[in-house]
Ligand binder design. Structure first.
Ligand code: CIR
Length: 254
């Protein structure tokens, strides 16, 4: 998949009050802004034209734009985020996405779906069932995408927060996998690049054109991805990890 664009949203001051299950402490807002600016630069370095949306203080987690939509070559799907405090984030996406897409589809209640639960592998989408994405949402997603010729497989999650918390696609049939996905039948037909438990956070990396962006401080993952032939960009993600966010969560790439 060749990407040319990305959409991101700057964190607002309310970011420090976002949802989290981690015990890594409260984010430093100024540092989060710097890390976010470095993220935008990395997307540009990988060749993307980046649309930067202004912070929306009403929604502390709204910097994690990935959860609000799934963007494909044929249509955009606006999700129905499963966390109540985040659900209103889609209203602004309904205004932004028509700039880029003529065809927009919607996940609707009682279906819920977070974009973080969706991974695209060429013409095949995998959707995790999580605390944010229910079966009704996943089935709606499958019905929508099948109209456009895509295949969709639903994957119940055991431990990971979102599907992409533990898996990423690097192209060429190669997946980065951690934890419960390592021995999963669902992904057995692909080549595996396995990351161990201690470095599990680095399984959420993003492949953009010739580059793979990974979080900083994960040497074994860096080596494996470099050895696989990719240019690696490392980014300090400390202030996003504190709110359960990874690299993929911070952008919509299309
Ligand atoms: C949340 O709990 O919704 C945010 N604090 C983190 C969202 C991370 N998004 C993602 O993994 N796609």
């Amino acid at each position: 998949m060749k990407f040319s664009r990305a959409i991101v949203r700057k964190p607002g001051k309310s970011y420090v009050n976002g949802l989290t299950t981690s015990d890594l402490g409260t984010p430093d807002f100024e540092l989060a802004l710097k890390q976010h600016a470095a993220y935008v630069e990395a997307l540009k370095q990988a060749g993307l034209d980046v649309t930067v949306l202004e912070a929306d203080e009403r929604f502390p987690d709204s910097t994690f734009v990935e959860d609000t939509a799934v963007l494909t070559e044929k249509c955009a799907v606006i999700t129905n985020p499963g966390a109540e405090s985040r659900n209103g984030e889609i209203e602004d996406m309904k205004l932004v996405l028509p700039r880029f897409y003529d065809t927009i589809e919607y996940i609707q209640a009682p279906g819920f779906l977070d974009g973080g639960d969706v991974m695209q592998v060429d013409n095949h989408f995998y959707v995790g069932l999580s605390t944010r994405t229910n079966e009704e949402g996943a089935i709606q997603f499958r019905e929508i995408l099948s109209k456009y010729g895509y295949e969709v497989t639903i994957v119940p999650l055991k431990e990971f927060f979102h599907l992409k918390t533990g898996i990423a696609y690097l192209g060429n049939d190669l997946l980065v996998l951690a934890g419960e996905f390592i021995d999963s039948e669902v992904f057995s037909k692909y080549k595996h690049l396995v990351v161990e438990k201690e470095v599990e956070y680095s399984a959420n990396c993003i492949h953009i054109n010739d580059y793979v962006i990974i979080p900083k401080g994960f040497e074994s993952t860096k080596k494996q991805i470099t050895d696989a032939g990719y240019h690696v960009i490392e980014l300090d993600m400390s202030e996003f990890q504190k709110q359960d966010g990874g690299l993929s969560c911070l952008s919509l790439r299309f």
